[in-house]
Design a protein around this ligand. Structure first.
Ligand code: PPS
Length: 304
């Protein structure tokens, strides 16, 4: 598949950090913007399942849970390929020699499970026209920010994060890839009342994976034996996934993801922001948060 194709092409990973451009005011990599017409024209099918998140909200975790459900808890089947090969990332354009997310999806037999970080207004219209099921996962803004910062450090093709202080400001003003966290979570929250969207929270899955996985089962209209559910809960825990090369992103070369700077599977906890935010940053964040989140019924837990 994807990685084999890379080997066949003898692609050298002389990659640099991506330039950023915009689509309708949302920062995306220039490569994504250049291929945007193809992404927008993507033809979803009625049995596609879309996993949508703001980056670093628990996408990979949800992908593993969903794949294990779809494969009735068969771990070997879930280890057939890396996360990013199992579930095409529809707007993603890595390299001119690798298939785009759209091309990967088009080459995949149905039923397909796809990934996106797009804000709701940029989701290709065919997903709404075909009434596809969508699982959206949101994570509290503070932990999401911390995780996104470390990801920019280790991912050698993301834009330079700058210092922690600089990245903090960029995040608050939405000047990061895929735009404002605030607009993202609120936009999808509104959409859930109109479309087939299951809206989940990272903190809830962490607190009670059984309860949340059962919501996914119900949404996917699947019924599994208790033993299978137990197995899914076990294999999707942070410590187990961290050691699973098909789920921990270690199959990508260090020229792209440098886990020695910060592992992709970093901490996987709620409340790590307390180890990063200064008192002044926390006050500034809370005041800004209050304004940006005024008037929405959407609430988050910043600790458990
Ligand atoms: S990406 O690049 O947007 O797809 O990243 P994403 O998968 O959304 O987010 C990565 C963060 O999710 C954590 N993670 C988990 N937490 C708990 N349990 C499990 N099983 C799990 N798997 C991944 C991962 O560690 C990243 O969070 P941080 O806070 O950086 O550790």
């Amino acid at each position: 598949m994807f990685m084999e194709k890379m080997k066949d092409l003898k692609v050298t990973w002389n990659m640099t950090r991506y330039e950023v451009d915009e689509v309708e005011g949302i920062p995306l990599t220039k490569k994504m913007c250049d291929r945007w017409n193809e992404t927008w024209a993507f033809q979803a099918k009625p049995d596609d399942l879309l996993i949508a998140t703001y980056a670093k909200a628990g996408t990979t975790w949800t992908q593993e849970i969903v794949d294990m459900i779809q494969n009735d808890g068969d771990l070997e089947k879930c280890k057939r390929a890396s996360t990013f090969e199992r579930h095409p990332f529809i707007e993603w354009v890595l390299h001119e020699h690798t298939p785009t997310g759209v091309e990967q999806a088009e080459a995949m037999p149905s039923p397909r499970t796809l990934k996106t970080h797009l804000p709701v207004q940029l989701v290709p219209p065919s997903f709404w026209e075909k009434n596809c099921k969508i699982i959206y996962v949101a994570r509290n803004a503070k932990d999401n920010l911390v995780s996104y910062y470390h990801f920019h450090r280790m991912n050698q093709i993301m834009p330079e994060p700058g210092t922690w202080e600089e990245f903090f400001e960029k995040y608050l003003t939405g000047k990061v890839l895929w735009g404002s966290w605030y607009d993202h979570v609120k936009g999808w929250w509104e959409a859930k009342d109109h479309y087939r969207i299951l809206y989940l929270f990272y903190e809830d899955i962490k607190e009670n994976p059984r309860r949340e996985i059962q919501k996914v089962l119900q949404f996917l209209e699947k019924d599994l034996e208790k033993e299978v559910l137990d197995k899914i809960i076990h294999y999707t825990q942070f410590d187990i996934m961290k050691e699973n090369p098909m789920a921990n992103y270690t199959t990508l070369p260090p020229e792209i993801l440098d886990h020695s700077i910060s592992p992709f599977m970093r901490k996987g906890i709620v409340g790590d922001w307390k180890n990063h935010f200064t008192v002044a940053q926390n006050e500034r964040f809370d005041a800004d948060y209050k304004q940006k989140m005024a008037g929405t019924s959407l609430t988050f837990r910043m600790e458990l």
